[in-house]
Design a binder for this molecule. Structure first.
Ligand SMILES: [Zn+2]
Length: 343
């Protein structure tokens, strides 16, 4: 099929190409009969990838043919230009393919921002529609699969994700995390040799029922997660031992003021502590104290909670247990997001 570009014109931020379909006949989509008898012509506008950073629109002159098959329910039909038009589409297959790839790689909002930069701007809902439109790919046998849960709504609804551990790609999603659902999936997709899972009983039971010959292993993430949980518990239990060490005590002591600035701050803190507690003893409320001393309520409450002024001066030094938490969190973050329940 020959296409002729009749005119190219740049208008503002877009380029428009007027295109005629030169020769050939059309096939009726209902009966498949070919026809060259033209009923009418009209223009269809299709968006294409940008040229020179400008939005590109193709105005294609489409022919409408008569269907001469008397047995056919259609009297006329519009031609489709291979590689350029598809029924009802407002974009060329090339642009549609690019947008689908952007949506799959970046997701909806970042994808929509990227399309703006590429001068093929579409909304995030359009990107979501493009991703959902093609049928889901067929799931084939997965020799080494990983299974874990994910939250539709945290604390309420959970589903399961099945991952091909060789390629690292998700292959399927299940609507819940029940053992029988997982077992049904394994029966429908035979050929699983290894199941990589957390230590919860649900998936273990599902694997035992659905793929009894498969080897079950604990996945690396859950092994690490359980190890860090155990270490955390031990460190918390022995927190007092860490505090009893002389060097830890030395850190916990208020640092002597080595310069005037620190000395003044300590003096102000002690004076404020005395004022706030004096008013509190008289039965004056937090709000009234904060108004009288021109302080915010949170600061007043912090002063009232402290047993001594020195406590306020040392409270910026982190507790040993806090630093342990930080390191555990960063370890988890480096591996993967924390799971919804410990395995
Ligand atoms: Zn027909």
């Amino acid at each position: 099929m020959a296409l002729t570009i009749v005119r190219v014109c740049a208008e503002g931020r877009s380029v428009r190409l007027d295109i005629d379909v030169a020769v050939g006949d059309g096939g009726c989509p209902a009966c498949g009969c070919r026809s060259a008898r033209v009923h009418s012509r009209y223009r269809r506008t299709l968006a294409d990838p940008a040229i020179g950073g400008r939005q590109t629109l193709l105005r294609v002159r489409i022919r409408r043919f008569f269907c001469d098959n008397t047995a056919c329910r259609r009297r006329t039909f519009a031609e489709q230009v291979p590689g350029l038009t598809t029924p009802y589409a407002r974009r060329t297959p090339l642009l549609r393919g690019i947008l689908e790839k952007i949506a799959l790689a970046l997701g909806d909002r970042p994808g929509a921002r990227m399309t703006r930069l590429l001068a093929v701007e579409v909304s995030r809902t359009t990107l979501l529609r493009l991703v959902r439109a093609p049928p889901a790919p067929e799931v084939e046998a997965v020799a080494v699969l990983g299974v874990d849960d994910f939250a539709f709504r945290k604390g309420r609804d959970y589903g399961s994700i099945i991952v091909d551990m060789h390629t690292g790609r998700p292959v399927d999603l299940l609507a819940d995390r029940r053992a029988d659902s997982f077992a049904d999936w394994l029966r429908a997709h035979s050929g699983t040799e290894v199941v990589c899972r957390d230590r919860a009983s649900g998936y273990a039971e599902g694997a035992r029922l659905g793929a009894p010959d498969a080897i079950q292993v604990a996945d690396r993430f859950h092994l690490l997660y359980n190890l860090t949980q155990a270490v955390d518990r031990v460190v918390r239990a022995h927190r007092r031992c860490l505090k009893d060490r002389p060097e830890a005590e030395a850190v916990a002591q208020p640092r002597p003021s080595t310069n005037g600035e620190q000395g003044r701050r300590a003096e102000v803190t002690r004076q404020r502590y005395a004022e706030i507690h004096a008013l509190h003893v008289k039965g004056i409320g937090t709000t009234a104290i904060s108004t009288t001393l021109n302080l915010d309520g949170m600061s007043v409450r912090r002063y009232l909670r402290a047993a001594t002024a020195d406590e306020l001066l040392t409270e910026t030094i982190p507790e040993p247990v806090n630093s342990t938490n930080t390191s555990l969190t960063s370890l988890n973050a480096g591996s993967r997001a924390a799971p919804t329940r410990p395995g």
